[in-house]
Design a protein around this ligand. Structure first.
Ligand SMILES: *Cc1c(COP(=O)(O)O)cnc(C)c1O
Length: 480
């Protein structure tokens, strides 16, 4: 473990060398109430190089997509091009104030308008809101729109159908929106069980929330049939498009029959994840749902852009101001720099990379749904578990080889799941190193399982008590 900064340095050491003060010091002793004034504040005393080395060392403890391969399934940890950061740092953008008038914000409004149009084109929707700050927030916004839509029509629909493989945020958002959850099962090919869907879908169902490609990384082959079952019963089809990598320029949610869909700019559109935010989880809707979008919406009159607050059916605001504007710049720059052809290549390479890993590793790890996958592949650690090695041990061992573990134990319908998403930004050499390491680990599980059970061996920290770390988080240093 690295030392804390308080454990470094020595009395009297300093990072500054300035001439003696030659003006009289003002007496400020009466300004701080006596109860709040600290008498003994043992601040560390260090030289400038000690300070610089301390923080540089800390920064190197971070694992990131800028340092190494990060195959986190369902999370799309792709490289974030630095040019997008540069553009978002232009003073014309960073010096904007959220309270500035529309007349003085035409550039920003144009960008938001054009980004909404681009996203609409990419997924085949009639309009977007950029306000939600994350994928889950986009889901909640969508669910509130579904609720408002049916309330408006005078229909009492209180149920939402969600597949057993869904991302955990789906049932959470539906529940938060006041709905009851009905689960639909997965068939033997990893898609929705159509027979079961027909049974659970009825006039009480508001919508089906569906991820496509689903969380097994498989395209929902029966999507048109699913869409017609839902629509015939008067329901809406909600799309979870958090991970759009495999579909870019290839197929569109709107054309498959989805009525609304959220995207994650911090996954597919290469903006940083940023520790839970700030991100943007824009929500796209078809024509009949446009009026329910959060206010304000960006509109155009003649050649002028403006915020329209006059939307009587709107669900209201879901975030302060208009959302995370600087993130929108990065995503828009990403879309413009790649163009239609470039976005299509993203999808092709993401799918190619995932299938390369699938075919190279399927003899070493169980593949419960042995199908051509899209942007990610889900293995099971069942074979290794029979040797007393859990998927968690495999994940921890990868850290020893400088690799970030994939998503594990998700989706829930695959026991000991290892969900691997290489993304399109990795070279063949990186993928080959990952494959070689995974094969080595499979071999260790056979001959030396203990080395896996005690991994990681060369990380700054070993196994953490994850439950305790989450519930009794203690990050504060206190003077003794
Ligand atoms: C990441 C993800 C979400 C949630 O997005 P956040 O931005 O983390 O809230 C929802 N659904 C799927 C399928 C995801 O992968």
């Amino acid at each position: 473990m690295s030392k804390l900064i308080f454990e470094k340095g020595a009395r009297g050491r300093t990072g500054a060398s300035l001439p003696e003060l030659d003006v009289p010091l003002k007496d400020i002793s009466g300004l701080i109430p006596p109860g709040l004034a600290r008498k003994n504040l043992p601040l560390p005393e260090l030289t400038e190089p000690e300070v610089v080395r301390h923080y540089t060392e800390l920064s190197k403890l971070n694992f990131s997509v800028d340092t190494n391969f990060y195959p986190l399934g369902s999370c799309t940890m792709k490289y974030n091009p630095k040019i997008n950061e540069e553009l978002a740092n232009l003073p014309g953008f960073t010096h904007l104030h959220p309270y500035q008038s529309g007349d003085l914000s035409q550039g920003a409004l144009t960008l938001m308008y054009n980004l909404e149009k681009s996203l609409s084109e990419i997924v085949g929707m009639d309009g977007f809101t950029l306000q939600p700050a994350a994928g889950a927030h986009g889901e909640l916004t969508g669910i509130l729109i579904v609720r408002a839509f049916f309330k408006d029509k005078g229909e009492k629909r209180k149920k939402i159908i969600i597949p057993d493989s869904a991302h955990g945020t789906n049932p959470s958002s539906a529940r938060l929106g006041g709905f009851e959850i009905v689960e639909v099962e997965t068939d033997g090919f990893g898609g929705i069980d159509i027979g079961h869907l027909g049974k659970v879908m009825n006039e009480e169902t508001a919508c089906l929330m569906l991820t496509n490609p689903n969380t097994l990384g498989l395209f929902e082959k029966n999507i048109l049939e699913i869409s017609s079952i839902v629509h015939q019963a008067g329901g809406l089809l909600y799309g979870d498009g958090a991970n759009l990598n495999a579909l870019l320029g290839k197929s569109r949610f709107g054309d498959m029959g989805f009525d609304l869909v959220h995207l994650n700019l911090h996954k597919t559109f290469a903006t940083p994840h940023g520790g839970g935010g700030p991100g943007v989880g824009p929500l796209g809707v078809k024509k009949e749902l446009l009026a329910y979008r959060p206010l304000p919406v960006v509109e155009k009159k003649g050649s002028r852009f403006y915020f329209n607050y006059d939307l009587p059916k709107s669900i209201g605001k879901v975030r302060s101001f208009y959302g995370n504007f600087l993130v929108m710049i990065k995503a828009y720059a990403y879309i413009l720099s790649l163009g239609g052809e470039g976005l299509r290549k993203v999808a092709e390479n993401a799918v190619l990379n995932a299938n390369y890993l699938r075919t190279e590793l399927k003899d070493y790890y169980d593949l419960p749904y042995d199908e051509v996958c899209l942007h990610e592949v889900v293995f099971s650690g069942n074979r290794q578990k029979a040797r007393g090695v859990r998927t968690l041990d495999i994940a921890k061992r990868l850290i020893d080889f400088g690799l970030h573990p994939p998503t594990v134990y998700f989706p829930l319908n695959v026991p000991e799941a290892l969900m691997i998403e290489p993304t399109e930004t990795e070279t063949k050499e990186t993928l080959d190193y990952f494959i070689e390491t995974m094969k080595k680990i499979a071999h260790e599980a056979e001959v030396n399982p203990d080395v896996l059970r005690q991994a990681p061996h060369n990380a700054p920290v070993g196994r953490l008590d994850e439950a305790k770390a989450a519930r009794e988080l203690d990050l504060a240093w206190r003077a003794k």
